[in-house]
Design a protein around this ligand. Sequence first.
Ligand code: NAP
Length: 306
Amino acid sequence: MIEARAVTARLIDGKSVARDLENEVRAAIAELGYQPGLVAVRVGNDPASELYVRNKAKKADELGLRGRQLVLDESLSERELLAEVDRLNRDDEVDGILVQLPLPKQIDPRKVIDAIDPAKDVDGFHPINVGLLHMGRAALVPCTPAGCIRLIDSTGVSIDGANAVVIGRSDIVGKPMAALLLQRNASVTICHSRTRDLASLTRNADILVAAVGRPLVVTADMVKPGAVVIDVGMNRVDASFADRLAHDEEKSRLLAKNGSVLLGDVDFARVREVASWITPVPGGVGPMTIAMLMQNTVTAARQRRA
Ligand code: NAP
């Protein structure tokens, strides 16, 4: 039984931590004396991808990188995309390449990821970078989990020796998150949809990272009092979710006003009464991802041009 605590968790302000990181990136670029180049490749017209790629290129310019979007037709063949990637690999002005996922169905994303020069793989998805990360060696690390580590560090809570539980085992978030926590000497448990008795494992977590993609999957009774809770999930729900949100005044108000509302995987209103630190959604993990991408581009430029 989790005892009720009088103290409400402190918020981890992703916008503020991301701003600090962006300032570090600006300073690092000023020191480099050249502008690292980042190319964001988009194939087709998926509206979400359009927004992500535009935001990435814009942020790159804002911080002093040379950001460029490469927009390709929806009907592009796999071979044509691989040829574009090859061209970018050989372009000396390009330090970072990212190919926005998902890709149209005629293109196998694994072949495209495998084709990116690992030295320019700023998303950290190439098998070479994945392997290096799991061996605890320097690598270009996936941006969202790297951002989560930075958020945990911002609390001052030590990762070293902590029990960490990651819910989710995707290649993009869950697995690299677990590897990064392990690299920092946490004892790490990875949970997923086949985990038996999830709550018995999460209740043991000093650091709990939820990367599931299901709203309110982490409830207050699953959280150890005083835990640090990082909510990666981004789930848009509509009015049909209103009853399940009745206890959350702020989200209910937004839902009534806008007809939909963005939720994490964590029941924020109740978990914040149990945890010591918690990320909000939006404004927690989200802002970190693009900032980390910019840092990865600077790292890639430094290493490649050294
Ligand atoms: P994903 O590939 O769908 O992986 C979800 C993981 O959750 C899977 O490993 C799945 O298990 C597990 N899972 C599903 N239902 C579960 C349950 N009931 N109990 C325990 N585990 C369960 O998703 P993803 O790409 O990792 O993304 C996860 C969430 O993070 C999404 O909401 C996504 O939008 C968000 N996200 C946010 C950012 C950001 O910048 N803020 C970046 C990336 C992702 P199995 O492996 O067994 O299927």
